[in-house]
Design a protein around this ligand. Sequence first.
Ligand SMILES: Cc1cc2nc3c(=O)[nH]c(=O)nc-3n(C[C@H](O)[C@H](O)[C@H](O)COP(=O)(O)OP(=O)(O)OC[C@H]3O[C@@H](n4cnc5c(N)ncnc54)[C@H](O)[C@@H]3O)c2cc1C
Length: 339
Amino acid sequence: MSEGSRVLRVSEVIAETPQACSVVFDAALDYRPGQFLTLRIPSDECGSVARCYSLSSSPFTGDAPQVTVKRDGYASNWICDHVAAGTELEILPPSGVFTPASLDEDLLLFAAGSGITPVMSIVRSVLAQGRGTLNLVYANRDETSVIFARALRELAAEHPDRLTVVHWLESVQGLPAAEQLRTLAAPFAARETFVCGPRPFMTAATTALKSLGVPRSRIHTEKFVSLGGNPFERATPAPAARQAEPAEEPAALTVNLDGAEHRFAWPRQRKLLDHLLDNGLDAPYSCREGQCSACACRITAGEVKMLNNDVLDSEDIADGIVLACQSLPLTDEVSISYE
Ligand SMILES: Cc1cc2nc3c(=O)[nH]c(=O)nc-3n(C[C@H](O)[C@H](O)[C@H](O)COP(=O)(O)OP(=O)(O)OC[C@H]3O[C@@H](n4cnc5c(N)ncnc54)[C@H](O)[C@@H]3O)c2cc1C
């Protein structure tokens, strides 16, 4: 087992559609709506691969935690074909920032295909625990591919004044274009928005929202990509700081995490996340390759450079968001916050 991981037992696998299933865990998990787990999937070729799957359950309904997986390639097929009640799966702790700041706020939600997974967790959580009103635009190929169709119908019937679902079926209406999504979003442009789905859908939805003047800070996106590396198989402790440039003074680092402030000297060649973990901080992470955003934090003073970034866009970066797993200090003093 790798450091920080744990093994969960599967209690049930639910067939959601012909292409998708939910894996229910027999365990208690501390997570926020919209977060994901990283699962270790065995492989004859390379030992194992790591894949992220969003929790579709809510931490506020008393239901067991579950992820929902749509067939799309090696790992997702393995899960749908091999996982059953009693299977044990190694996971990394819940992480991710696709999560509403408040469950009492009204939200506009855009989901397509398996992108409904984290959105479903948000819907269930807001309805169970908050006061917010939800408008969900949910796109799918056709009627048979709508994951959680029944659960959404029941929730909308139970909360007619708080949940409205607009289903968009490609088989009926074609692919949703930005101008069409704009019309659906227009009445709710003042809200926080959450967008998850295939890349063209996310582009159409974010284009629509931007054309309505929704600021980037209110558009939250979750990109479903496969991790290239394997955080389960990498040795967690990184090598000691490089010897090559002994004259380089470390930067002065201030970190706000879990309500506490920490100060460290930060060696210039040491990645921020590695340095925080070396110093015993429980900083969030998953892929450690700049691909998943689990380690995202905000720069509040100073500057860093990122060695790789496959997930943040220019507006995230302009807002001061960086990936801790890829950041090196550029200035003598750097302050970051996970709050
Ligand atoms: C934050 C986040 C949340 C996500 N949430 C969800 C979710 O809720 N639901 C969901 O369905 N998806 C989700 N995803 C996407 C998910 O992580 C995977 O990207 C998706 O399931 C596709 O992975 P795959 O392995 O099935 O397919 P691919 O990544 O396309 O798999 C093909 C790859 O596997 C390799 N491969 C083939 N055979 C083998 C073998 N025997 N051994 C090793 N490698 C092999 C191939 O070389 C190829 O590179 C999420 C992704 C992220 C980043």
